[in-house]
Design a protein around this ligand. Structure first.
Ligand SMILES: [Zn+2]
Length: 340
């Protein structure tokens, strides 16, 4: 069985006026919208895979209203978790994460993974220019693109969004499903609804709608600083936490912890405070627990063993419990490439 989704050829009336709160009045189910443009090579765009990350909807309303009568390039738009969007949640209890169940996922097959499989089959059946997935973070982060495969075309795509880009390797994300088919990137556009993030993503999509070809040369180190995210940091389920060093909680961080996104933590800087022995679990992309290699606890203070850069820190407690507290980044060092 696969989760029901709708297919449209054209935008429904009222598209430019909806918000996520009433999105199901137009899109009662996840929906794939096919729009023909002058250049028949499609831009696949997914939005609202995480229901509360509504920048993608605003961006598509803006871009499509600017091109209401003359779309430079065809678009295949996938509007994802409309039920969670309506409730302003990442996903609803009982649902799987819509950005962890695309082909390549480690999760058990589900109706939702069946739907993603079908969406990918439809997309792969069309001539594709690039695949773009629009997201937000909950913390204060720069805008950046994530790619799952650091090959040249993906690096060039990332570099057109910002000079910092991330290589990530979470199985089952939409971007991974397009590797080998077309350039693919996930855009992280700051907090949901952040006007700068919306503007930035609109500019990027304008570029993608009118660009003839991506460059055939790897971006220089100045054009793209690639970092790698292969460690995920979670607060253990039975551990209480606060963003206040003086709070009565097992694990505590500084109140401005999320300002530390994309800044370096060296092994002498206090990462957090704890009154329990193992408050944090750190996993690598294979799901192995690598906590004891990465951090140490000394007299109630937590330190990292190597200099690393946290990203996507969130202080939203629900997101911390549902997703993670942050990721830890290092510079991406290609193993088999000696020149840039
Ligand atoms: Zn997201």
């Amino acid at each position: 069985m696969i989760e029901k989704f709708d297919r449209l050829h054209g935008l429904p009336d009222g598209f430019f006026d909806i918000t996520t709160a009433n999105i199901r009045s137009l899109f009662p189910n996840p929906t794939l919208v096919q729009l023909e443009g002058r250049d028949p090579r499609f831009l696949f765009i997914s939005i609202l895979l995480h229901g509360n990350e509504y920048t993608g909807l605003k961006v598509m309303q803006q871009v499509l209203s600017d091109h209401a009568h003359d779309l430079p390039r065809s678009i295949l738009l996938f509007i994802g978790n409309v039920r969670a969007a309506e409730a302003n949640r990442r996903f609803l209890p009982g649902q799987v994460d819509y950005n962890r169940c695309w082909p390549g996922t480690d999760l058990e097959p589900s109706p939702t993974s069946g739907m993603m499989q079908r969406v990918v089959e439809i997309a792969h059946g069309l001539p594709l220019f690039a695949a773009i997935d629009i997201h937000n973070n909950t913390g204060k982060n720069p805008h950046y693109a994530c790619i799952t495969d650091p090959k040249m075309e993906n690096q060039n795509l990332a570099a057109r969004f910002n000079r910092v880009g991330m290589v990530f390797n979470h199985h089952g994300v939409s971007t991974m499903a397009f590797n080998g088919i077309c350039p693919a990137a996930t855009l992280e556009c700051g907090k949901p609804g952040d006007p700068e993030g919306i503007k930035h993503a609109c500019r990027f999509l304008e570029d993608m709608l009118t660009l003839g070809e991506l460059p055939h040369k790897r971006p220089t180190r100045h054009a793209l600083h690639l970092v790698e995210s292969h460690l995920t940091l979670n607060v253990r389920d039975d551990v209480s936490f606060e963003f206040d060093p003086d709070a009565d909680a097992d694990l505590r961080f500084e109140p401005d912890f999320e300002d530390r996104n994309f800044t370096l933590f060296d092994p002498q800087q206090v990462f957090g405070y704890t009154r329990v022995a193992r408050p944090i679990a750190i996993t690598d992309t294979d799901g192995h627990d690598v906590t004891d290699e990465i951090l140490r606890v000394e007299e109630g203070k937590i330190y990292l063993n190597n200099t690393m850069m946290p990203a996507m820190i969130t202080q939203d407690k629900l997101v911390v419990r549902q997703d993670c507290l942050c990721h830890l980044l290092q510079d991406y060092l290609p193993y088999h490439e000696t020149e840039f």
